[in-house]
Design a protein around this ligand. Sequence first.
Ligand code: 5GP
Ligand code: MG
Ligand code: MG
Length: 179
Amino acid sequence: MRDDILEVLISENELQDKVSELGAQLTEEYADRFPLVIGILKGSLPFMGDLMKKIDAHLEYDVMDVSSYGTGFVSSGEVKIEKDLNTSIEGRDVIIVEDIIDSGNTLKYLTDLFKYRKAKSIKIVTLLDKPDGRQVDIYPDAAGFVVPDEFVVGYGLDYIERYRNLPYIGILKPEVYQK
Ligand code: 5GP
Ligand code: MG
Ligand code: MG
C-alpha cells in the first residue's frame, strides 16, 4: 500500500503536533460550554478521534454522513444526507469536524442546515484546507494545514475507499489512478 505513495505531504508527527495545538485552542474556548462535536463521515474519523482526546472539556459527539463526491475525485456540487445526526442541535454550541474543505459545497450545506436547526453557534474545524478548489464562500474557523490543489489521501482521506488508514497525508502516484 505504501508503495502507491508518491510523496508524503504531512508526516504523522506533524499531524499529531497540529492536533494537540488545535485541541488546546478548543479547550480554552469551550471549557465551560459542553459543545457538540459533529464529525463528518467517513473522512474525519481519525482526525476527530485524535482531536477529542486533546480537548480537556466536557463534550458530546455525534457523526453525520453526507456525500458531495462520487467515488472519484470531482465535486458534484450536490450534497446528500446519507446518515443524519441522532442529537438535537437546537441551542447547542456545535463544532463541525471535517477532513478537508475543497469546493466548500459540503460545509456550506451543513452550516446552512445547522443554522436552520437553530444551533447556538457553529465552528468549523478542518484538518486540511484547499482554498484553490473553492466554489462557494466558506471559511474554516480553524484549519490544520493549507494544501495545494492536488488530490491527497491518508489519515481518513480515501481514493475509492482505500488509503484512509495511512497515518500521514500523501499524494498518490499517477499510475494508481490508471489501474
Ligand atoms: P467539498 O464539498 O468541500 O468539495 O469537499 C468535501 C469532501 O470531498 C471532503 O470531505 C472529502 O471527503 C472530499 N475531498 C475533497 N478534496 C479531497 C482530496 O484532495 N482528497 C480526498 N481523498 N478527498 C477529498
Ligand atoms: Mg469529508
Ligand atoms: Mg472520499
